[in-house]
Structure formats: C-alpha cells, structure tokens
Design a binder for this molecule. Structure first.
Ligand SMILES: C[S@@+](CC[C@H](N)C(=O)[O-])C[C@H]1O[C@@H](n2cnc3c(N)ncnc32)[C@H](O)[C@@H]1O
Length: 295
C-alpha cells in the first residue's frame, strides 16, 4: 500500500471508529448518534472547497454536518451569500452560532439542529460536506434530485460510481486532503420527441437516452433513420450533442439546449461548411419514460 493510501486508510478507520461513539458529554442525556464524528476541515482545504464552489451573488450554500460552522461562516464572510449549516449535535450548533456572532455574519447564516437524512436542503445551489464514504452514498439519491447545476463539494470522500467533475489535492501539515466537485446533472433519461425542418420537410425526431450520472449515450431518430450518439456529458441543465446527417459527408446537426423537467429547449443548427441554419429545438419527454440515473 502506498504511503498516501495508507494514511488515508488509517484516517478513514479513525473516522469510522469515532462515528460509532455518541457525541460529547453534554449529549449524554440525549444520546445523539453521529454518523460522522466532528473533525474540522483545515482552513487551507476550505480555500480549495470555496474555489470549487465558485460562489456568486444569490447562491445559497448548505454545509451538511457543519461542525463548528467554519465553512458556512467563511462562505458568508467571503462572498456575502446566505449559508446554512445543519448538524445533529446541539453542541456544534451552539458553537457555530457563537462563531458566526464573533465573525459578524449572523445576518447571513443560519444553523439548524437536524439530521442530514431528514433535513430539507433542496434550495441549496452549493452543498459542501465532510462526511464519510457510506454517508455520501446514502445522500447521493437526494443530492441527484437537487436543481441541475447545483455544485457539490466534498472534502476527502467521493461518491463511488458518480465520478467527480473536478478534483484537487492539498497537503496540510504533510497530511493529504482531497477535494471533489460534482455538478448535479439534469436527468434527461427516457424518450424525447420533437420535429425539425430538414431539407424543407417537417421531420419527426426522437432521442432515446440512456444516462448514468452526468453521462449519456443515445439513439437519435430523424424520420426513419437513426444515428448513435456516443458518450456525452450533461453539464447541469445544459444538453449539447451533434451528429452528421445521414447521407451527407459533412452536414452537421448541432443541438444545444437547457433541460427543465419534461422539456429541453434551445436551438438546432445545421452546419454546412461556412453556412449555418438555426431553428428552435423544443423536445418533450414521453410520459413515464424517465428513469433513475444512479447505477
Ligand atoms: C467531519 S465533521 C465536518 C464538520 C464541518 N463540515 C467541517 O468540514 O469542518 C462531520 C459533522 O457531521 C455531524 N453529523 C454526524 N452525523 C450527522 C447527521 N446524521 N446529521 C447531521 N449532522 C451529522 C457531526 O456532528 C460533525 O459535526
């Protein structure tokens, strides 16, 4: 086992061991069971997490298992955005509120004592977490239902089959830390119908999509002909793919749109050498054809 893997393994075992213990003395009466022990993220790592989060005006950040509130407070302090921390441990919530008061960001932040598996964080545009691999996986179905485009930033632990869109490493006091970023993809699985004007003829189009997380393959039917779509990435709500029209060597048909529930709207552009002919693309999903994008 490499040095890096070994220290990650030891750290992971320690986290698991601690997770099995009840939270601090003040909780003895309440016996709150933690799924993850309190281990704060070093500020050097928060730097990279917030860089990945790319906070903008109007963002709402949720830290799932907020500990002493440091990520929430840093996000509010640096970007002036609203940020919410959720922690099951009342001691952590008290500490977070006190830290927010000292940092002077009480007006921007909120700390809720709740279980992350029961809390509603659907308004989040950014979710941060420093949990454990199995906890990330248990949260994954809920996270995948967040608004497409929501940024998910995790310290140290990944989401298994849901490949990260970006990753970086940072070493703090010789200890390696990993930061992962995922962009919640729109679920475009299923069958989509629309019509286009091709060669001066109204043509019925159908796209059959097979999606796993942010990647899909598909079959595009243009009238009676079909074309295979190779693996393509869905970036948040953005859907883009192109095909070469059958029977032509170089006429490209480029689709570019935004998915919003049961509709994708955007443009379909026929590109022939230097000539571009653009038309509206409005696809509607056949009822009952959407499926899960988790594997
Ligand atoms: C590893 S710490 C991370 C703290 C903070 N997010 C950070 O990065 O500095 C995990 C936190 O999750 C909280 N926690 C554990 N299980 C939880 C649950 N089921 N619901 C809410 N919070 C939980 C713990 O109390 C702890 O504060």
């Amino acid at each position: 086992m490499g040095k890096l893997k070994k220290s990650l393994f030891i750290f992971y075992c320690l986290m698991l061991l601690l997770a099995g213990l009840p939270a601090g003395q003040s909780l003895l009466a309440q016996e709150v069971r933690l799924d993850v022990p309190f281990v704060p993220t070093p500020y050097e790592v928060i730097e990279d997490m917030l860089r990945f989060a790319d906070l903008k005006k109007g963002d709402i950040l949720y830290d799932l298992g907020c500990g002493d509130g440091r990520i929430v407070i840093e996000a509010a302090r640096r970007a002036g955005i609203r940020a919410v921390g959720i922690d099951i441990d009342p001691e952590r919530i008290r500490e977070s509120r006190e830290n927010a008061r000292i940092a002077g960001v009480e007006n921007l932040v909120e700390f809720r004592q709740a279980n992350i598996f029961e809390a509603d964080f659907s308004e989040a545009t950014v979710v941060t977490m420093y949990l454990l691999p199995d906890v990330n996986i248990r949260l994954r179905p809920t996270i995948l239902k967040l608004r497409p485009g929501t940024r998910i930033v995790s310290h140290q632990f990944d989401m298994d089959e849901w490949q990260a869109d970006r990753m970086t490493y940072v070493s703090v006091d010789l200890y390696p830390h990993t930061v992962f970023l995922w962009i919640v993809p729109a679920n475009i699985s299923g069958i989509w119908d629309w019509s286009l004007n091709l060669n001066q003829k109204k043509t019925d189009c159908r796209l059959e999509v097979n999606q796993a997380y942010q990647f899909f393959t598909g079959k595009l039917y243009l009238g009676e002909q079909f074309i295979d779509i190779p693996e393509t990435r869905v970036e948040g709500p953005k859907v883009e793919f192109s095909v070469i029209l059958p029977g032509t060597a170089e006429t490209e048909l480029v689709f570019s749109g935004q998915a919003d529930g049961e509709q994708i709207t955007g443009t379909a552009t026929l590109v022939q050498g230097k000539k571009n002919a653009r038309q509206t693309w409005k696809a509607v999903r056949r009822p009952g054809t959407a499926g899960s994008i988790e594997r």
